[in-house]
Ligand binder design. Structure first.
Ligand SMILES: *Cc1c(COP(=O)(O)O)cnc(C)c1O
Length: 403
C-alpha cells in the first residue's frame, strides 16, 4: 500500500539496530495512512480483487492474507518484533502461554517420542504433559533443572525434546542453557526454553544455544495484567511445523491482544530494569529481617547459582520467594497483613503480587511432590511490581509484624 511519494519512507531502517530500537520499531509496516503508532486490524477475513486472485491466494501461489487464523497484520507485527528481540529467524504468536507449549509439543513430538521436562516447571505445563500428551503416546520424564549429570543420564534413544523453564518459579533455580543445549544436540534432541521470567530483555536462550524459545506474553510482555497470549520462536524450519499446527488447530493470538503486546514490548527493557532493581532491594532487605528463614533470589550472593545468573542473564528477575518462621499459619498471617500488595498468583504486572505457592500454584501436588520441588508450607512468593520501594517495604513490614 506504499504510494510513490513515500516509497521506502514509511518503515524504519533497522539494519544494525540495537535492542531498545527494535523493541520500539521492529515489525511495523505502515499503511498508506501514515499512522505513527501500530495499526490494529480486527478482521477475521480478507477480500480479494477477483475470483482468480482468491484462487491464487488459496493455492498459495500469491502471497497475502486469507483468514486471521492463518495471518493477521497486527499479529504479524508482534511476531516480527519478538523474532527481532530474541534473535530468531521466525516467531509465531499463540492465544496463551499454554497454547505455545501445546503447539511446540504437537508440532515436534509424535507417539513413541520421549520428552525430558525440568522438574520445577509451571503447574499447567506438568498437567499438559502428564494428563494429555502421555495419552497420545508421548513418554515424559522429569529432571532436576540444574543437575547436568541428571540430564545426561535421562536420555533414551527416542528422546526428541528437552523442555525447561530457567529461571524456575518460585525458587529462581537456573540451568546452564549453553551446556544443556550441547548435551541435547549430542543426543539428537531439541532444547526448548520457557523464557517467561526473564523475557528477551534479560536472556536470549537462542543466542545461548537453545533451539526454541517460548513465552507466556500474559506476564512481562504485556506487563500490565490485561491480556492473555503467547509466542514461540526459533528457526524458520522448526517454526514451519508450529505454524502448520496453529493454523489447523486454531489457538492463534487475537489481533487486539497482539496490539497490546506490541505496546508492552516498547517499554519492556526499562520496565524489567525497574522490576529487577526493586526486587534486589527487597530481597536484600528481607534477608536480614528476623522473621525470615531463607530468601530465594539469584541476585543474592547466598543463591547457589548467583555466578551462573550473572553470566547467563542481564539481571536477576523480579520474583522473590522467602520462607518465614512458623510454617503455613505464619505464612498466611504474613500475606493477610499486607494492604497494598495484591493477593494473587499472577506475575509480570506493574502491581506487586503475593502468593502462598504450597496452597495455590502447587496446591494440587501431593505433599511428597511439593517436598521434592522444594516448596515448603512456610514459603511466600512476591512478584515485584513498579510501586515505590518504600511503600512495598512498609507493606511487607506489616507482614513481618504479623508473624
Ligand atoms: C503463566 C505461565 C505460563 C502459562 O501462560 P498462560 O499465558 O497463562 O497460558 C507458562 N509458563 C510460565 C513460566 C508461566 O509463568
Amino acid at each position: 500500500m506504499t504510494t510513490e511519494w513515500n516509497a521506502g519512507r514509511l518503515d524504519s531502517d533497522l539494519d544494525q539496530a540495537a535492542f531498545d530500537t527494535l523493541a520500539v520499531r521492529a515489525g511495523q509496516h505502515r499503511t498508506a495512512e501514515g499512522e505513527h503508532s501500530e495499526a490494529l486490524f480486527p478482521t477475521s477475513s480478507y477480500v480479494f480483487r477477483s475470483a482468480a486472485d482468491a484462487a491464487a491466494r488459496f493455492a498459495g501461489e500469491q502471497p497475502g492474507n486469507v483468514y486471521s487464523r492463518y495471518t493477521n497484520p497486527t499479529v504479524r507485527a508482534f511476531e516480527e518484533r519478538i523474532a527481532a528481540l530474541e534473535g530468531a529467524e521466525q516467531a509465531v504468536a499463540t492465544a496463551s502461554g499454554m497454547s505455545a507449549i501445546l503447539s511446540i509439543a504437537m508440532s515436534l513430538c509424535s507417539a513413541g517420542d520421549h520428552v525430558l521436562v525440568s522438574r520445577s516447571v509451571f503447574g499447567s505445563t506438568i498437567s499438559l504433559f502428564e494428563k494429555y500428551l502421555k495419552r497420545f503416546g508421548v513418554q515424559v520424564d522429569y529432571v532436576p533443572l540444574s543437575d547436568l549429570a541428571a540430564w545426561e543420564g535421562a536420555f533414551k534413544p527416542n528422546t526428541r525434546l528437552l523442555f525447561v523453564e530457567s529461571p524456575s518459579n518460585p525458587l529462581a533455580e537456573l540451568v546452564d542453557i549453553a551446556a544443556l543445549g550441547k548435551i541435547a544436540h549430542a543426543h539428537g534432541a531439541l532444547l526448548a526454553v520457557d523464557n517467561c521470567f526473564c523475557t528477551p530483555a534479560l536472556q536470549q536462550p537462542l543466542q545461548l544455544g537453545a533451539d526454541i524459545v517460548m513465552h507466556s506474553a500474559t506476564k512481562y510482555i504485556d506487563g500490565q495484567g490485561r491480556a492473555l497470549g503467547g509466542v514461540v520462536a526459533g528457526s524458520a524450519k522448526l517454526m514451519e511445523s508450529v505454524v502448520g499446527f496453529l493454523r489447523t488447530a486454531g489457538p492463534t493470538l487475537s489481533p487486539f491482544n497482539a496490539w497490546i503486546f506490541l505496546k508492552g514490548l516498547e517499554t519492556l527493557r526499562i520496565r524489567m530494569q525497574a522490576h529487577c532493581a526493586s526486587a534486589l532491594q527487597l530481597a536484600q532487605w528481607l534477608e536480614i529481617q528476623p522473621g525470615i528463614e531463607h530468601v530465594y533470589y539469584s541476585g543474592l550472593a547466598s543463591h547457589p547459582q548467583h555466578e551462573l545468573a550473572k553470566r547467563q542473564q542481564k539481571d536477576f528477575g523480579a520474583v522473590v520467594s522467602f520462607e518465614v518462621k512458623g510454617g503455613k499459619q505464619a505464612a498466611w498471617r504474613f500475606i493477610d497483613a499486607t494492604r497494598v500488595i495484591s493477593i494473587t498468583t499472577n506475575l509480570g504486572d506493574t502491581k506487586t503480587t503475593i502468593a502462598h505457592p504450597a496452597s495455590t500454584s502447587h496446591g494440587r501436588l501431593s505433599a511428597e511432590e511439593r517436598a521434592s520441588a522444594g516448596i515448603k508450607d512456610s514459603l511466600i512468593r512476591v512478584a515485584v511490581g513498579l510501586e515505590d520501594i518504600a511503600d512495598l517495604k512498609a507493606d511487607l513490614a506489616r507482614g513481618l509484624a504479623a508473624l
